[in-house]
Design a protein around this ligand. Structure first.
Ligand code: 5GP
Ligand code: MG
Length: 183
């Protein structure tokens, strides 16, 4: 079965298919529904990469909850720049709330560290991070808030299911990893 895809100059191979992703998200939602029973958390998704994950996760959440979206520009090409430049759309209603930050992927963790610092300034009652993907080998900071992880993946560049490679690939249904060609 040919499952490779080409995005820009790179070839990618299948890492996680859509059924595996959907199953995992249902389990993550069940866990959240239990953990936040009798509370009304505020889910804050980090655009753009998390848009499909957030949508599919929210369909499985049966808590009275609110949803907000923030945008952080920090990433270019295939390696994390490590410097977060700009944040947009931080909601004002964070004080005293149970916050769940929804991310597509935690790589170095620097983006999330920055987002967390901004959120703590607004005095939430609690903060948890829910990321579909996590590259443990790439993590450069401590992230005790990272409570919900869909899949731990190797330290490789991935695309699909919301994640892009220089703008392309977000609409792929599966998640693919870059094939490193060494000749
Ligand atoms: P970090 O600050 O944790 O190094 O990177 C976080 C952001 O970098 C993620 O939200 C995501 O936008 C981007 N990123 C990190 N690794 C990957 C990857 O393998 N593929 C894609 N498409 N984006 C990534
Ligand atoms: Mg992201």
């Amino acid at each position: 079965m040919e499952t490779n895809v080409q995005v820009h100059d790179k070839e990618f191979e299948l890492l996680l298919d859509e059924d595996a992703i959907a199953k995992r998200i249902r389990l993550m939602a069940i866990q959240l529904n239990v953990d936040y029973e009798n509370r009304n958390p505020l889910f804050i998704a980090v655009l753009n990469g998390s848009f499909l994950f957030m949508a599919d996760l929210m369909k499985e959440i049966n808590l009275p909850c609110e949803t907000e979206f923030i945008k952080v520009s920090s990433y270019h090409g295939t390696s994390s720049s490590g410097s977060v430049k700009d944040m947009m759309g931080m909601p004002a209603n964070i004080k005293g709330r149970d916050i769940i930050i929804v991310e597509d992927i935690i790589d170095s963790g620097l983006t999330m560290q920055y987002i967390l610092a901004e959120i703590y300034k607004l005095e939430p009652s609690s903060v948890a991070v829910c990321s579909l993907l996590f590259k443990p080998e790439a993590l450069k900071v401590e992230l005790p808030e990272l409570t919900y992880v869909g899949f731990e993946i190797p330290n490789e560049f991935v695309v699909g299911y919301g994640l892009d490679y220089d703008g392309l690939g977000r609409n792929l249904n599966h998640i693919y990893r870059a094939i490193s060609i060494e000749k």
